[in-house]
Design a protein around this ligand. Sequence first.
Ligand code: B12
Length: 443
Amino acid sequence: MRIAFVSGNREKLPDAVTPLGLLYVMAATPEHHEKVLVDLCFETDANAALARELERLQPDLVALGMRNIQNNDYSGLKDNIDYYAGLVRTARAACSAPIVLGGSGFSVMPAELTERLKPDFAIAGEGELAFPALLAALEADGAGLDAIGALHRWTPAGVVSNPPAPGFLDMATLEPPDRSLVDPRYAAYGIDSVQTKRGCPLTCDYCTYPIIEGRVGRTRPPAQIVDEMFRALEQQPATRHVFIVDSVFNLPVVHAKNVCRELIARDWQVPWTCYANPLGFDREFAELAREAGCAGMEIGSDSGVDAILKRMRKGFTKQHIRRIHELCTEVGLPDCHTFILATEGETIDDVRATLDFLVELDPFAAILMVWIDDYEALDPTLRASRLALRDEVEALLHSMKDHHRHWSVPALQINFDEKLFAYLRKSGRHGPLWQHSRGAIAR
Ligand code: B12
């Protein structure tokens, strides 16, 4: 079959990110298929570009990757679903090939998106096993479709959804992606991504990550990860920073330490960033990470109120947050803590307590997210009080911003806007914006 792998993602904030997931699915697709990558990220008119490519290719199958269903506006719940519906329409008009959807954005609400976008097939969660199984079933005139885990099909009678597969991919068998296929325009952003494992064992109450990659940690052999990183650097020599895309890199910490040891042994030089959690974070890991080139840890601290941390099922307290900050500071690792303000049930006093805690903690940088409700769905009294709280929080943040230049508030475009990102890139700075916050942001 000739397969057009289409990456629909056009988001360039905070950086344009290479379509790693789609590249993994391509790598897992048997070689007897003809595989073509169509990346819409930098096209001025995504629909026109897609139509042009599909008319030219006349593929037998269109595999459309949906990374984000929300845009990066951060200040509202605007979504990209209409955009993806448009791509599906364009693909239908340009060729007669069946359409398969997948990707992290698709996976957070698969049945709803199948209903709305009406693809022929859609796969929730990881694609390396399910997508080749779908190809095999299509080659066998549909035999075996019912056995493919997490496969969704749109039919005029309704969505048909297979249950998730009982097992996951053995990460030691993961085929490295071919980054030579990546659009050269990503080079301007200088950032690459690497995944060292899948599965997040945490139970944070708002998080979608376990839906996408499961809860059971599945690690990759460190030597394979570092092999992939060196190969990536050969294929993308403009890479200036690597983001470890694991939900939380330091869990399990033994694995994270072994990855660091491998990077050290092989003299890896490109700086990298990861998500870290106060649980399982110890001095040895901090020291190894620093030595292996870690440029910073992003920590989802979420709240400065223990009762709220408990309600969010974070599994740690303020004391753990203080400890991770101390360890990072002692070994010279910049730390950036994300806090979410005004979550369900929070009062303005809770928000003030979190901000007081943040001031006392004084990390290298902080990102403050303001919780957004689905206001339309709330009853009028609750809606009014939630909107009033949001106004109060925003006013508070505006009043504090000039004293805390190393804080970013994406919802209010405080130290987080396109111009700032462009300015940083122009001045040769790469990697997460917060790592430049102690200098560049205070323009
Ligand atoms: C790391 C990360 C980031 C890093 C990326 C750094 C980098 N250099 O890559 C940063 C911090 C920059 C970031 C930013 C954003 N992110 Co982010 N990010 C992630 C995270 C943790 C991992 C993504 C990743 O690379 N995974 C590894 C790859 C291999 O997995 P994958 O893409 O899911 O692909 C697999 C499957 O989905 C499937 N698949 C993929 N494509 C296809 C296609 C087909 C046809 C098929 C069949 C299958 C398939 O198979 C793949 C292999 O198994 C996810 C959460 C998560 N745990 O998944 C959120 C996530 C992807 N991000 C999300 C969002 C919204 C964003 C932002 C818009 C901002 C924000 N609010 O966080 C921006 C957008 C950036 C951009 N340019 O697109 C959402 C997307 C869903 C949604 N709610 O819309 C997620 C899922 C988190 C969430 N909130 O639920 N992100």
